[in-house]
Design a protein around this ligand. Structure first.
Ligand code: SAM
Length: 287
């Protein structure tokens, strides 16, 4: 487990993931009944953008910083508002003091009766997570493998809520593990909302992942993807990530229209060399 999210916090993929997460949380708040947010791979919770990791890999400058310095049209600004609220106060140079990971986005946006269950397997990251979120009676934080914990958590007592599956994709079998986790989880909780993040490195391999997921016969699945165009090659010729995707199972009925407003704008603002593209389409439509 070498992955540290601090190297990537606030990059283009985080912006899309957290802006969509915020939209789903806002939708769940439309009903008074409490709900639960389960984050199977929670990370460190909050990220200092002046840390050695963020200095070595300042991906946030082409992500959240570009969003903060752009002027969105009113329709986009309204949809981004909960995400921007979760960013918290900005410093004198217009940068957030800390970039909020998914647990901190949930902590800001969720209500007093809602519940937040977080799994983080790496001991140091978990320690940071506990410190970042402070005492909050809505929270439970465990060090169990997120896939194992998910199985135990479902269905949640509230019978409403959202699961974020956001592993590091270090292991080659991670797409298969996500597929298996979704299959098992939806058998236990067919009405849950699930948000699964993935990097898209090769189009053919990604099409294979999507075909496998479509073949599971799960409920409605929405594809949300961003492509910011190729970045400069590193010393060993390796290119930075340029595409990332979210699959939303049982999305709120409002989400596809919201994503079709948000994503093209985000892709335009964060696209490298002014190039950016997005996808918002059903993988499997609602029945
Ligand atoms: N969800 C976070 C966010 O949006 O801010 C980012 C999570 S980061 C991509 C993935 C995290 O999963 C890392 O902190 C890593 O230590 C943790 N991790 C790796 N394997 C895990 C496992 N089997 N169960 C739980 N956490 C795991």
């Amino acid at each position: 487990m070498n992955y540290r999210h601090a190297f990537h916090a606030g990059n283009f993929a985080d912006v899309v993931k957290h802006a969509i997460l915020a939209r789903i949380l806002e939708y769940l708040k439309r009903k008074d009944a409490p709900f639960r947010f389960i984050d199977t791979h929670a990370g460190a919770g909050r990220y200092d953008l002046t840390s050695p990791e963020a200095r070595r890999s300042p991906e946030w400058r082409d992500g959240v910083q570009r969003v903060l310095t752009a002027s969105p049209p009113p329709a986009v600004a309204a949809l981004l508002e909960p995400y921007l609220r979760a960013l918290g106060p900005l410093d004198a140079s217009g940068v957030p003091a800390f970039y909020p990971g998914s647990p901190a986005v949930a902590q800001t946006l969720m209500r007093a009766d809602d519940r937040i269950a977080l799994c983080e397997a790496h001991p140091e990251e978990r320690e940071k997570l506990v410190a970042a979120l402070g005492h909050d009676s809505r929270l439970s934080i465990v060090g169990t493998d997120g896939y194992v914990a998910l199985n135990a958590y479902l269905p949640p007592r509230e019978r409403r809520g959202l699961v974020l599956i956001d592993p590091p994709f270090e292991a080659p079998d991670e797409p298969k593990r996500v597929e298996e986790a979704l299959r098992r989880a939806l058998r236990k909780w067919p009405i849950g909302v699930f948000l699964a993040w993935r990097p898209i490195r090769e189009a053919a391999a990604d099409a294979h992942v999507l075909n496998n997921l479509a073949a599971l016969g799960l409920p409605a699945m929405l594809r949300i993807e961003i492509d910011v165009g190729p970045g400069p090659a590193g010393a060993q010729g390796q290119r930075p990530l340029s595409r990332a995707g979210l699959l939303v199972v049982n999305p709120p009925h409002t989400l596809i229209d919201e994503a079709r407003v948000l994503l093209p704008w985000l892709a335009g603002v964060m696209g490298r060399d002014g190039r950016g593209a997005s996808v918002c389409a059903w993988l499997t439509p609602p029945r």
